[in-house]
Ligand binder design. Structure first.
Ligand code: C2E
Ligand code: MG
Ligand code: MG
Ligand code: MG
Length: 278
């Protein structure tokens, strides 16, 4: 009787472990090794300065080169890193790699500012911004060369702590950008308090801009709002030339998207840049 109940329990338990959660479980364990053994790689996507018509910035976007699964996109493993306390190690790896890349470009005469994405988890850690400031100094990377991209949700959970951390980073000369602007849940009251330099309009408003009048109204109003608040605007998700021109005419500061280039690994990015008209 007893054994039979046990067996039933096992069967119930079994049906709950579907293929996805086994895969997830494996990824959790493997991610630690991946960070330690540098199975991560940064891809770089250019940002075009529209006034200068020159590539002055790039965004660093992490990928996991898994030994058997191939390249895993960040949307698959960043949420796992966030839930399993691995975001600190991951962001530190990304920051250090971006700093090394900064010097590799400098050595080639390429003056490039690099944007790194920061997770909500990083802003919950009081030590994080001190680490960033100290490490930039140690690695001789000017703070003005680094932008941190932060999504609105990073601020919503603990606005007071986030505000403190962001202020410290900005007072020390880093550039701060609100990523995926327009998709989050923060209020304008919260946003106006944030010590940031730029808004990055989410690609969902930009990708089909010229086919969608509502998107045009949203983007136009965001440009006005941002400029009146003294903020710069980056548009992400530009997929055609007409959208690039539309944004240029409306004094958007920077443009990013597949129309210019997809994110590329270092060597391919350098090849792209050397052949670019910008
Ligand atoms: P994000 O920071 O908003 O980055 C933009 C994403 O949109 C990138 O996807 C990029 O490849 C994609 N994208 C850029 N231009 C276009 C376009 O014209 N059309 C379309 N359809 N997509 C475009 P990716 O590289 O897969 O990154 C996804 C997200 O993962 C990022 O969104 C960011 O939130 C997160 N992420 C990436 N790297 C890191 C990292 O090092 N740390 C943290 N915390 N998050 C990261
Ligand atoms: Mg970003
Ligand atoms: Mg974004
Ligand atoms: Mg995004």
């Amino acid at each position: 009787q007893h054994a039979k109940i046990n067996k039933r329990d096992y069967q119930i338990y079994d049906t709950h472990i579907d293929k996805n959660s086994i895969e997830r479980f494996q990824l959790i364990n493997e991610l630690k090794v991946a960070i330690e053994q540098s199975q991560l790689v940064l891809y770089y996507q250019p940002k075009l300065n529209l006034a200068l018509q020159k590539i002055t910035h790039v965004e660093a976007l992490v990928r996991w080169v898994h030994p058997s699964r191939g390249i895993i996109p960040p949307d698959t493993f960043i949420p796992i890193a966030e839930k399993t306390m691995q975001m600190d190690a991951l962001t530190r790896w990304v920051m250090k790699e971006a700093m090394a890349q900064y010097h590799r470009w400098q050595a080639q005469g390429i003056d490039m500012c690099i944007a790194v994405n920061i997770s909500a988890e990083n802003l919950k850690d009081e030590q994080f911004c001190y680490w960033v400031i100290d490490t930039l100094a140690q690695q001789h990377v000017p703070v003005s060369a680094i932008t941190l991209e932060i999504t609105e949700d990073a601020v919503v959970s603990d606005p007071e702590l986030a505000l403190k951390q962001l202020s410290l980073l900005r007072e020390n000369g880093l550039t701060l950008s609100i990523d995926d602007y327009g998709t989050g849940y923060s209020s304008l009251a919260q946003l106006k308090q944030l010590p940031v330099d730029e808004l990055k309009i989410d690609k969902s408003f930009v990708q089909k801009l010229l086919q969608n009048e509502a998107d045009q109204i949203i983007v136009q109003s965001t440009l006005q709002l941002a400029h009146n608040l003294g903020l710069k605007v980056v548009a992400e998700g530009i997929e055609d030339k007409a959208t690039l021109l539309w944004l240029t005419e409306r004094h958007c500061e920077m443009a990013q998207g597949f129309y210019l280039s997809r994110p590329l690994p270092e060597q391919q990015f350098n090849d792209w840049l050397s052949q670019s008209i910008y």
